[in-house]
Design a protein around this ligand. Structure first.
Ligand SMILES: O=C([O-])[C@@H](O)[C@@H](O)[C@H](O)[C@@H](O)C(=O)[O-]
Ligand SMILES: [Mg+2]
Length: 471
């Protein structure tokens, strides 16, 4: 599709009619042709669901299934440039992505506000969906934000490729060239339970079901990736055992900042008791208990900063959380906050209200890892090491850097626990079409269509209620 010059001259003027007080505000002839990208409208969008092998990682809801779902978005433009993005891959998300994709043909990739309007309008009536309860309650606005985010990242990738600049540059410029990540520790079984649909060899990580197992896992994470801080996914075993695991980590890694995240699986009383035992040991305590009110009660009784990716997950949550002093750190996540620009808005609010800023992750591939890295590089107050599930996709054969992924390896190599902001334009990662086809084939055959940690856990523990808070 060709650009329409008349329409564009209005846009460059900063006003829709190109005039101020009846006079032209922009002289067409004075704009150097080289400074314009004349053909950057969306011609088509491809959404490809993929499934990646995933270890049996345990959490407050249950256990990860053998495959985690993602969708890979390719946004094609009339300039022949394709932008990449990655989003959730469950059925309800795929349905909404499809609806929005159809409405985005003709969109100018620089018109992110237009993207938001079009995507929101395209969804019509829908049931708000939630790819996982572990990112807090769902809602219509949060669902729209997820869909906008999915395409916004691809628009930024095109903008970067068209201008020869990194996404970090487009977001205000990199304030750091390396982005620190935190080693994400999970209790886990050595293999998936029988009957759970696992058709591949066990991951190479082995079991981790007690403090020794967690320390061994941490040792490997630190040795292979160099992580300088560690996060334990808790809410699995009785809190005394998880406190013991943190103490064991402290002894093994005296200088590593530590975090624990039970995904709101503790009551207020349990949270207060754990907080008392771990004060001085943690850099923050993440989502000990459900809801803003509960978190505020815990916050009032401990000096430990509380962090969240469950009770403050949209802009509407911020006023009450701030009023009640419920959290000290917000974990951003462009996938559900509405994209990269929305995440920067969140960063601004955190700065205004004196809140720390960190970053959350769910199972993801290299496109999202690149987006997270570009965003963090351009966000000055994102000073905590980011979460990433990435190492968990790297244990299925190959070396520690060989991932179940759709991007060509190389651009995203952990060194000293950090990633260098990829050099290439846009997100700086390249799609590997063979890998995409392979992971799409896994999607077609794996039979999983939405994340269900509870049912997978019940294969091992039939009585598992999934009720939270459990402790
Ligand atoms: O992958 C998991 O099991 C995590 O528990 C994830 O789903 C959470 O959303 C997340 O990592 C968190 O920090 O809550
Ligand atoms: Mg969390």
């Amino acid at each position: 599709m060709r650009a329409r010059p008349g329409r564009r001259s209005g846009r460059r003027s900063g006003r829709t009619d190109g005039t101020r007080d009846g006079k032209p505000v922009h002289d067409e002839t004075s704009t150097p042709a080289a400074a314009r990208a004349d053909r950057l409208t969306v011609t088509a969008i491809t959404v490809t669901p993929v499934a990646v092998k995933d270890p049996p990682l345990l959490n407050a809801s249950g256990c990860h299934q053998p495959y985690a779902l993602r969708s890979i978005i390719e946004l094609h433009t009339d300039a022949g440039i394709t932008g990449l993005s990655e989003a959730y891959g469950d059925d309800p998300t795929l349905d909404l992505l499809g609806r929005a994709a159809r409405a985005l043909t003709g969109l100018d990739v620089f018109d992110i506000n237009g993207l938001t309007r079009r995507a929101a309008a395209s969804l019509g009536s829908f049931t708000a969906s939630n790819p996982t309860e572990l990112i807090g309650p769902t809602g219509a606005d949060k669902t729209v934000a997820q869909i906008v985010a999915a395409f916004e990242v691809a628009c930024f990738d095109v903008q970067g490729k068209a201008t020869g600049r990194r996404v970090a540059d487009l977001l205000g410029g990199a304030v750091r060239e390396r982005v620190d990540y935190s080693g994400y520790l999970f209790y886990k079984w050595a293999e998936h339970p029988a009957g759970g649909g696992c058709d591949f060899e066990p991951d190479g990580w082995g079991a981790a079901l007690d403090p020794e197992g967690i320390v061994a896992q941490a040792r490997r994470m630190v040795d292979e990736f160099g992580f300088g801080s560690l996060k334990l996914k808790g809410g699995v075993f009785p809190p005394e055992q998880e406190v013991e695991a943190i103490r064991a980590l402290r002894r093994a890694f005296p200088d590593h900042p530590l975090r624990i995240d039970p995904n709101a699986n503790w009551s207020v009383a349990t949270s207060l008791s754990v907080a008392e035992q771990l004060e001085g040991e943690l850099e923050y305590l993440e989502d000990p208990t459900p809801g803003i009110a509960g978190m505020a009660e815990v916050a009032a009784g401990t000096a430990l900063p509380l962090a969240t990716n469950m009770c403050v997950t949209s802009f509407a949550d911020i006023p009450e959380a701030v009023r009640r002093g419920a959290v000290g750190v917000v974990l951003s996540d462009h996938h559900f906050w509405g994209g990269l620009r929305a995440s920067q808005r969140l960063a601004g609010l955190c700065e205004t209200f004196g809140l720390g800023l960190s970053m959350h992750s769910n199972t993801h591939l290299g496109i999202s890892l690149a987006a997270m890295t570009q965003l963090a590089a351009a966000t000055p107050n994102l000073t905590y090491a980011l979460d990433t599930h990435s190492p968990w996709q790297r244990g299925f054969g190959g070396g520690p850097h060989e991932a179940q992924d759709v991007v060509r390896p190389g651009a995203l190599r952990f060194e000293g626990g950090s990633l260098r902001v990829p050099d290439g334009p846009g997100l700086g990662v390249e799609l590997d079409r063979d890998a995409l086809a392979r992971l799409h084939e896994q999607y077609l055959t794996c039979g999983i269509r939405r994340r269900d940690d509870l049912t997978h856990m019940r294969l091992m523990h039939p009585g598992w209620s999934g009720h939270r808070p459990r402790f």
